[in-house]
Design a protein. Structure first.
Length: 192
C-alpha cells in the first residue's frame, strides 16, 4: 500500500491564500452573499476562523466533535486570522501526528489523510470568498487540479442525498471555469 504524501506544505499554501483573501475583504463587503448559500462574507469568515481552530485542535484532542463551526470575528480580522493559521500549522509540526488516528467531521483516519479534506475545504471556501469579494479565485489552480479527481472519487454525485453529506448536487461548470471553480461546482456551488 502506498503511503499518502505529506500535505502539510500544500495545506499551508491554501491557508496562506485564504489569509490573503481575508486581508482583501473590505468592510463594506461583509454582508455580501457568497456562493455558499447559507453565508454572507462575515459568516463565511467566521466559519474560516472555526476551520483554523479545528485544524489546530484535531491533532491535540483527536476529534473536533464539540468544536464550533463559526467563531465570532475579532476586532482585527486579518491579524486574528493569520494568528489562527499559525496556530493550526504549529499543531501539525510533529511528524507523529501524520500517522495518528484522528476524527474530523468526515470519519476516522490517519492524520495524513485528514489533511486532504482540509486542503479541499480551504480551496472551496477560498473560492467562495474570492467570488463574493471580487478577488482571484484561481490563485492555486494547480492544487485544485490535483484535488478535483480525488474529491470526485471520495464524494461521488450519487452520495449527495445522504444526510451526512453537507454539499448540494454538482453544478455544471461554465465553459471557461478554472480548476478551483470546477471543484466548487462539484461541491454544489453555483457558477459565477
Amino acid at each position: 500500500m502506498t503511503q499518502q504524501p505529506d500535505l502539510r506544505p500544500v495545506l499551508a499554501r491554501t491557508q496562506e491564500w485564504v489569509a490573503d483573501l481575508v486581508d482583501g475583504v473590505r468592510a463594506d463587503q461583509m454582508q455580501t452573499r457568497t456562493p455558499c448559500a447559507q453565508w454572507d462574507v462575515a459568516e463565511l469568515v467566521e466559519h474560516l476562523f472555526a476551520v483554523e481552530h479545528r485544524v489546530a485542535v484535531l491533532p491535540v484532542k483527536g476529534t473536533v466533535d464539540d468544536e464550533p463551526v463559526a467563531i465570532p470575528l475579532p476586532k482585527d480580522v486579518s491579524a486574528g486570522f493569520r494568528d489562527a493559521v499559525r496556530r493550526a500549522q504549529d499543531a501539525w509540526a510533529d511528524d507523529a501526528v501524520m500517522d495518528a488516528q484522528l476524527s474530523p467531521p468526515w470519519g476516522t483516519m490517519p492524520g495524513r489523510a485528514v489533511l486532504g479534506g482540509y486542503v479541499q475545504e480551504h480551496l472551496v471556501h477560498g473560492w467562495d470568498l474570492a467570488s463574493a469579494t471580487g478577488q482571484d479565485g484561481e490563485a492555486l489552480a494547480e492544487v485544485s487540479e490535483q484535488v478535483l479527481p480525488m474529491i470526485k472519487e471520495f464524494l461521488p454525485a450519487q452520495t449527495r442525498s445522504e444526510d451526512w453529506i453537507p454539499f448540494d448536487a454538482p453544478v455544471e461548470p461554465a465553459s471557461d471555469a478554472g480548476p478551483t471553480e470546477r471543484l466548487a461546482n462539484w461541491l454544489g456551488r453555483t457558477t459565477r
